[in-house]
Design a protein around this ligand. Structure first.
Ligand code: XBP
Ligand code: MG
Length: 251
C-alpha cells in the first residue's frame, strides 16, 4: 500500500488559528461585571477552567464548584443565568474581534494560501460558536472567508465537546476522507486527545494557557506555524503513516 497522500488540513480555532483565549477571558469578566456578579477569572484560574471545553459548560462547571448545593428548582434559574452570561460574553468577544483585537497566529494565512494553491483542502474543527469563527475569519480573510473551507465543525454542530472526538469525526465524514489523508492542528491537550481519538496525526502550537499540557502523542510541537511549509507537513505526515504501517507489520 503506498503512503497516504496529504489531502486536508483540519484546524482548531481558539489558540491555534489565533491566540484568543485571553480575549475570551476578558469577555467573560466583562459579562460578570455587567450582571453585577462578584466573579472574576484571572489567568491562573482560567488556565484551569480551560480544561472544560466550551464557554457555556465552563461557566456551569465554575458555578457548580462555587455552589455545589444548587437545588433542582434553582438548576433551571442557573441555566438561564449561564445562558445570559454567555450571550453577553459572546457579544463582547465578537465586537472586540471585529475591532481587530486579535489577529491570526504566524504562518496561518501563508499555509492557507499554499494549501489552496496545492489543492489541499482546509477544514475547521472547533468547540467555539459559529459567530466567533465568522468574526475572526471575516476580519482576517475578508467577507469571502467561508469559501476557503470545505467543512466546518463547531460548538453548535458537535454537542459532545473536546476531548470527545465528535467534531473531528464529523469533519472527516463531511469530507469523506480517512484520517490518514489529513493532519489536525491544535493548541491544547483536550484538542490533541479529540483529534487523536479520531485517528488523526496532530501538529501542536501551544499558547501560554496550554504549554504545560501533555503533548506526548503529538506528531510535532511547534512554537507556531511561522515558516512551516506544506512540503514539511507532508514529510511529517508521510513519516508518521509509514511508521504506523511498520508497527503494524512488526506486530
Ligand atoms: C476553545 C474553547 C471555547 C473558547 C470559548 O475552542 O473551548 O470554548 O474557550 O468560546 P477551540 P465559547 O476548540 O477552538 O480551541 O465561549 O464560544 O465556547
Ligand atoms: Mg483550541
Amino acid at each position: 500500500m503506498s503512503d497516504p497522500k496529504l489531502q486536508a488540513l483540519i484546524f482548531d480555532v481558539d489558540g491555534t488559528l489565533a491566540d484568543t483565549e485571553d480575549l475570551h477571558r476578558e469577555s467573560f469578566n466583562h459579562a460578570f461585571s455587567e450582571l453585577g456578579l462578584d466573579w472574576h477569572w484571572d489567568s491562573a484560574l482560567y488556565t484551569d477552567l480551560l480544561d472544560i471545553s466550551g464557554g457555556w459548560g465552563r461557566l456551569q462547571h465554575y458555578w457548580q464548584q462555587r455552589k455545589p448545593d444548587v437545588r433542582a428548582i434553582d438548576a433551571h434559574a442557573m441555566q438561564h443565568t449561564i445562558t445570559r452570561i454567555h450571550e453577553l460574553k459572546s457579544a463582547r468577544y465578537e465586537a472586540a474581534i471585529q475591532d481587530g483585537a486579535v489577529g491570526l497566529r504566524p504562518g496561518v494565512l501563508e499555509l492557507f494560501d499554499e494549501a489552496a494553491t496545492a489543492g489541499v483542502q482546509l477544514a475547521i474543527a472547533t468547540t467555539t460558536s459559529p459567530v466567533n469563527i465568522a468574526a475572526l475569519l471575516r476580519r482576517a480573510m475578508g467577507p469571502g472567508w467561508r469559501h476557503s473551507f470545505v467543512a466546518i465543525g463547531d460548538g453548535s454542530s458537535a454537542p459532545l465537546k473536546k476531548p470527545h472526538p465528535m467534531v473531528y469525526q464529523q469533519i472527516l465524514q463531511l469530507m469523506s476522507l480517512d484520517p490518514s489523508a489529513c493532519l489536525a492542528f491544535e493548541d491544547s491537550g483536550n484538542g490533541l486527545k479529540a483529534a487523536t481519538l479520531a485517528g488523526l496525526a496532530t501538529v501542536i502550537t501551544p499558547t501560554p494557557y496550554t504549554r504545560q499540557h501533555d503533548f506526548s502523542r503529538a506528531l510535532q510541537v511547534l512554537p507556531d506555524l511561522g515558516g512551516i511549509r506544506l512540503a514539511q507537513l507532508a514529510q511529517w505526515h508521510q513519516a508518521h503513516w509509514a511508521g504506523e504501517r511498520l508497527l503494524a507489520v512488526e506486530i
